[in-house]
Ligand binder design. Structure first.
Ligand code: IYR
Length: 253
């Protein structure tokens, strides 16, 4: 042992080369060894009920739109906490829960975030993204300018923890951290839609390191998504996009 080459690719955790080799706890699990397995509380609904709920939930989620024009109307912070608690129910690799949600409400902080994101986005749109990408975005009327970053009552900045720490500061592997955080963000989008607010899944290209420093996050955390959350502006518009038909997204055997 080890069976794998030192640089064998494992699911996004630190490579074997960086992992623990300490004799005693080389194989000690991060979770308690004697973890209880308890009976699962499941209340079975009628198929009719399930059918109705599946239809209703689809209708609710189909009404979700990415919104770029926000109102500055206040939202109680408890709602944001509930949305983040919901996101934190996501499954994660080996139950490592590799996410950090930073809530930004402070006006000055939002202005600093906007400065960082807009100065990078200006370069992204002008140089880094290239002609094909900016051409594909033209119908969506996006630009380097991000007024919503200072208008929305909250910005939630989601970080993925590429690894964690055990006691004594030893590294803990975060398997599939990218996938786990993406799933948590999907659940967060559903929670935001369900409670009646709007958001925008923004991925500020090249602004990650500066935002990490501004928000005082440690080096194991990398920016995943930045989501303004609030109400849409009264005159908010969205592009008239159509979704694919079910025949175009399903293959059945
Ligand atoms: N991050 C940029 C560019 C952008 C990229 C894609 I792909 C989009 O679907 C939308 C925008 C921005 O936020 O403007």
């Amino acid at each position: 042992f080890p069976v794998m080459e030192n640089n064998t690719k494992t699911p996004e955790g630190p490579s074997n080369a960086e992992s623990e080799t300490d004799e005693d706890d080389e194989f000690a699990p991060a979770l308690p060894e004697a973890l209880d397995h308890i009976s699962y509380d499941f209340v079975k609904k009628s198929v009719e009920d399930i059918r109705q709920r599946s239809e209703e939930f689809y209708q609710l989620m189909n009404a979700r739109r990415t919104v770029r024009f926000f109102s500055d109307e206040a939202v109680p912070k408890e709602i944001i906490h509930n949305i983040i608690k919901t996101a934190g129910t996501s499954p994660s690799g080996a139950h490592t829960e590799p996410w950090t949600f930073v809530i930004v409400e402070d006006k000055d902080m939002k202005a600093k975030i906007r400065d960082i994101v807009e100065s990078e986005e200006r370069i992204n749109y002008d140089k880094r993204m290239g002609k094909e990408w900016t051409t594909d975005l033209r119908p969506l009327k996006t630009s380097w300018q991000k007024e919503y970053l200072t208008t929305a009552p909250y910005l939630v900045v989601v970080f993925k923890q590429t690894y964690g720490f055990k006691e004594e500061g030893k590294r803990k592997k975060h398997y599939y951290h990218e996938m786990s955080v993406s799933l948590a963000c999907g659940i967060m989008l559903a929670a935001i839609q369900y409670c009646g607010l709007v958001t925008l899944t923004s991925t500020p290209l090249n602004a990650g390191p500066a935002l990490r420093t501004l928000l005082d996050r440690p080096g194991n955390e990398k920016l995943a998504l930045l989501l303004p959350i609030g109400y849409p502006a009264l005159d908010c518009t969205v592009p008239n996009l159509k979704r694919k038909d079910i025949e175009d997204i399903i293959v059945e055997f």
